[in-house]
Design a protein around this ligand. Structure first.
Ligand code: PHE
Length: 347
């Protein structure tokens, strides 16, 4: 075969390949092209095989011709394959696209009323420079009672009121209790941070109580403590007034009476004037017990390593559950915890 015929074959193969490549319109057709023009049985390979029949001189001339053809076909195949893969991907992305901003008819969750009111209370107190503390629900008898000046014979320790968790030890102070109030945080916070201190501690407390519309064995309280030089009941009154007015968004009337708690001296009960509509739709009002409070007992300060001749402080504790019920007009405490969707959806 003459050299010129090989050169001709190369040229017509180049044209065939170009045409075939142009008309390949899918990745499958491209694969067919590749087996036909690039594979082992392709005409290009056949021409390579024929080279052995030519002289060294002729091979020098023909070799580069065929090599160039092979490289050209390979390159244009790859370029086209790349383009088509990209185009197919784009097409797929277009089809799979979803509008993430579109509103779907799903139900929004909501915050439990206790969580909502807790956040409001925390915001009010942090705005007054209080820190927020957290403590364990399973507490030593010492932190829950003794350190708070509640002697072992106090009725609050009676099995009627408290859930004791026995470790089997004879020494009752090594036993634990489910905390009966958040006042354990008076002890824990003062011991941890010392004076001066401004702290609130919201949390869950436990009492061995029968369940009815206003009592549950599990409920939430918030403890507050301020210790500094020269703290007096006037500070307590001011702080509680700010809190109530901010939470209810209006001026709340309050009444302070003497009350007894072993860990405060003097001890106070603070009531608030609560207005509501009766069945006839007329506005009625009554005093509601809202919180226990008072000046911290020197024994409590001493138990936390604070010098009571240098520092004084007040403490208060109120029911967060109660506050939620007042704020949101919930009449039965049981509604809060029996997980009814219809009730919770209102918040
Ligand atoms: N711990 C008391 C209770 O649970 C409330 C209280 C807290 C009273 C702080 C005085 C001071 O009833």
């Amino acid at each position: 075969m003459p050299v010129s015929s090989i050169a001709q074959q190369v040229q017509s193969l180049r044209e065939d390949a170009q045409k075939a490549l142009e008309s390949a319109n899918s990745l499958e057709e491209l694969n067919v092209f590749s087996t036909k023009f690039i594979g082992k049985k392709s005409p290009i390979q056949a021409i390579f095989k024929e080279l052995k029949n030519f002289s060294a001189e002729e091979k020098k001339e023909l070799g580069p011709l065929i090599n160039t053809l092979r490289d050209e076909v390979q390159l244009s195949f790859e370029t086209k394959k790349e383009q088509m893969t990209q185009a197919e991907l784009n097409e797929k992305l277009k089809q799979d696209w979803i509008d993430v901003t579109k509103e779907y008819p799903t139900k929004q969750g909501s915050q439990h009323p206790i969580s909502r009111i807790q956040k409001i209370v925390e915001d009010v107190f942090t705005s007054m420079g209080f820190m927020i503390a957290d403590g364990p629900e399973l507490e030593t008898e010492w932190n829950n009672f003794d350190a708070l000046n509640i002697p072992p014979t106090h009725p609050a320790r009676d099995m009627q009121d408290t859930f004791f968790v026995s470790t089997g030890e004879v020494d009752t102070n090594k036993n634990s209790v489910l905390r009966t109030h958040t006042s354990n945080l008076q002890i824990r916070s003062l011991k941890e941070h010392g004076a001066p201190l401004r702290v609130i501690a919201p949390g869950r407390v436990f009492r061995n109580e029968a369940l009815d519309a206003t009592h549950d064995a599990i409920f939430y309280q918030v403890e507050g403590v301020v210790v500094d030089k020269g703290i007096s009941l006037a500070h307590l009154k001011g702080v509680i007034e700010v809190m109530l007015n901010k939470i209810f968004g209006k001026k709340i009337k309050m009444r302070i009476r003497p009350g007894y708690f072993p860990f405060v001296e003097p001890g106070l009960e603070i009531d608030i004037w609560w207005e509501y509509k009766d069945k006839k739709g007329e506005t009625q009002g009554k005093w509601l017990e809202f919180m226990g409070a008072g000046m911290m007992h020197p024994n409590v300060l001493k138990n936390c390593g604070i010098d009571s001749t240098e520092y004084s402080g007040f403490a208060f504790g109120f029911g967060l559950t109660r506050l939620a019920m007042m704020k949101y007009g919930i009449e039965d405490i049981r509604l809060l915890f029996d997980q009814k969707k219809e009730f919770l959806e209102q918040f």
